[in-house]
Design a protein around this ligand. Structure first.
Ligand SMILES: Nc1ncnc2c1ncn2[C@@H]1O[C@H](COP(=O)(O)OP(=O)(O)O)[C@@H](O)[C@H]1O
Ligand SMILES: [Mg+2]
Length: 473
């Protein structure tokens, strides 16, 4: 069967073809006598084909081992063979017929060390280039976190983490919802790292930070000449870079509506078109999208495409804000401190009891990112080992705790506004105005969280909701 194709080649071509395949060739029989040797080899050896044929190979070629390979059947690759005071690199293969050794074929890979060095240095450069790009890709497009970095024991958080872990192996799209600083990006990294795509690129793109007119070419790339200023040879888009890996579309809620349509098409067809390009390029990318926005509301208001929402929202992971997992705050703070200690070359930093209390009470609108900033600031102003209230930023120190004690109450009255200008009007109206303002302030402080605002005001949930209704809040 193997000869089938060769039969079509005219016999008179055989020698030419063989000579072109390798510059120097020799074939010996089982005994090591030369059956074939080409002219180039003979020229180099200072002999002729006629003289060399049928001679024992070790008498024609210095240091030859062809007769040995023809006996042992063990091939020798890239063997250094000194001839005429210089060294060649040779390959020697046994030849078989019906499973029996019948002879051997020898070829010269490099005629001299110079040739080898040139070749090697070229390959070496390529290898180095390859290594450079490999590490570059690994550092730029590699996810850096796994689930062990996700700290927290509260039930809500553990549930989110478990779900993420469970679905990481599947190829389904994932939508991560959570306020800013809750760890959406960390989750995305961990999911990728836990998936069978972990060896492939993890590419993160923040849809809110790329100008609208650049987003398309960033995501899908462009062809040469697609627009003025387009790079020669065009450019790969992030979809192509993320091929076989994961594309993290952060702040998807901020993607312009026109772009949403283009994205939807790509997700449906699983292929992209570069800007200014005709051909379609197939891509296999797992999408993890994230946003702090209320996508349901955006869909209802027509700011987010419903069909895109459905497509992305195959698995929804909701990360709770810090104030909904107060029991985790101290644990996370201690973990962040360990990280910061390393960065600041400090050791053994602790939190005072009061600070722990304060950190737990705070509502953390910026979540873990805010906590990180607060701790970093505290370490910056810290001389000793223990972070005290004084080391906390002013806005945290001055914030009232929901459980007022006597001392704090008197402090509160100290910062009461000046009431001497209250207009003379029915008392009911004044009290209502103050009440309304107090509720508004509380809501602003809790970023609209009514339950929490009620707690700060020490009101029951029901009466708080009643007041909100009354004042149209
Ligand atoms: N569960 C967690 N445990 C420890 N650190 C976390 C956790 N979640 C987030 N972080 C840290 O908080 C910061 C904000 O996280 P990030 O993933 O960027 O939040 P988001 O994308 O939701 O804004 C990062 O520095 C991250 O390392
Ligand atoms: Mg983020």
């Amino acid at each position: 069967m193997a000869c089938q194709g060769f039969k079509n080649i005219p016999y008179s071509w055989h020698e030419q073809i063989i000579d072109l395949l390798a510059e120097r060739i020799v074939v010996v029989d089982r005994e090591g006598n030369i059956l074939y040797i080409n002219e180039a080899y003979c020229e180099f050896l200072g002999t002729t084909v006629e003289k060399a044929l049928n001679e024992p190979v070790y008498e024609v070629i210095e240091n030859s081992r062809m007769h040995i390979v023809a006996k042992t059947g063990k091939k020798e690759l890239a063997a250094v063979q000194p001839i005429n005071g210089s060294e060649m690199i040779a390959n020697r293969y046994p030849l078989y017929e019906n499973g029996e050794i019948v002879g051997a074929l020898g070829t010269v890979m490099f005629r001299n060390p110079e040739e080898w060095r040139m070749y090697k240095s070229k390959i070496q450069r390529l290898v180095e280039e390859l290594r450079y790009y490999k590490t570059k890709v690994q550092s730029e497009y590699k996810s850096k976190h796994d689930f062990s970095h996700l700290i927290g024991n509260s039930p809500l958080f553990v549930a989110a983490k478990k779900l993420a872990e469970r679905v990481s192996e599947s190829a389904s799209y994932i939508l991560i919802i959570g306020e800013s600083g809750t760890g959406k990006e960390l989750f995305a990294h961990s999911i990728h790292n836990n998936s069978d795509r972990s060896g492939m690129p993890f590419v993160a793109v923040n849809c809110a930070s790329i100008p609208e007119h650049l987003l398309e070419s960033e995501l899908f790339g462009y062809e040469e000449g697609a627009f003025t200023g387009a790079k020669k040879g065009g450019k790969k888009g992030l979809f192509e870079i993320a091929n076989n890996g994961t594309l993290f579309l952060d702040e998807i809620g901020d993607m312009p509506i026109a772009m949403q349509s283009k994205l939807l098409r790509v997700l449906q067809e699983r292929e992209i078109h570069r800007v200014g390009g005709q051909k379609s390029i197939a891509v296999d990318v797992r999408i993890i999208a994230a946003t702090h926005r209320d996508l349901d509301k955006m869909v209802a208001e027509g700011h987010f495409r419903q069909d895109l929402y459905y497509r992305l929202n195959v698995i929804k992971i909701e990360i709770p804000p810090l104030r909904k997992r107060k029991e985790d705050i101290e644990l996370i703070a201690m973990n962040l401190l360990k990280k910061l200690e390393g960065r600041f070359f400090r050791k053994g930093i602790e939190l005072s009891q009061e600070v722990k209390g304060k950190l737990t009470q705070h509502s953390w609108p910026g979540n873990i990112r805010e906590l990180e900033n607060v701790l970093e600031r505290s370490i910056n102003v810290l001389d000793g080992q223990v972070i005290e209230l004084d080391h906390l930023p002013l806005y945290l120190r001055e914030q009232e705790s929901p459980h007022h004690d006597e001392k704090k109450k008197s402090k509160t009255s100290n910062i009461m506004p000046d009431f001497s200008t209250i207009p003379v009007q029915p008392l009911k109206e004044t009290l209502a105005a103050v009440e309304k303002q107090a509720i508004e302030n509380a809501l602003a402080f809790t970023k609209g969280n009514k339950l929490e605002a009620a707690k700060y005001l020490e009101m029951s949930k029901t009466s708080f909701y009643e007041k909100c209704k009354l004042y149209n809040l």
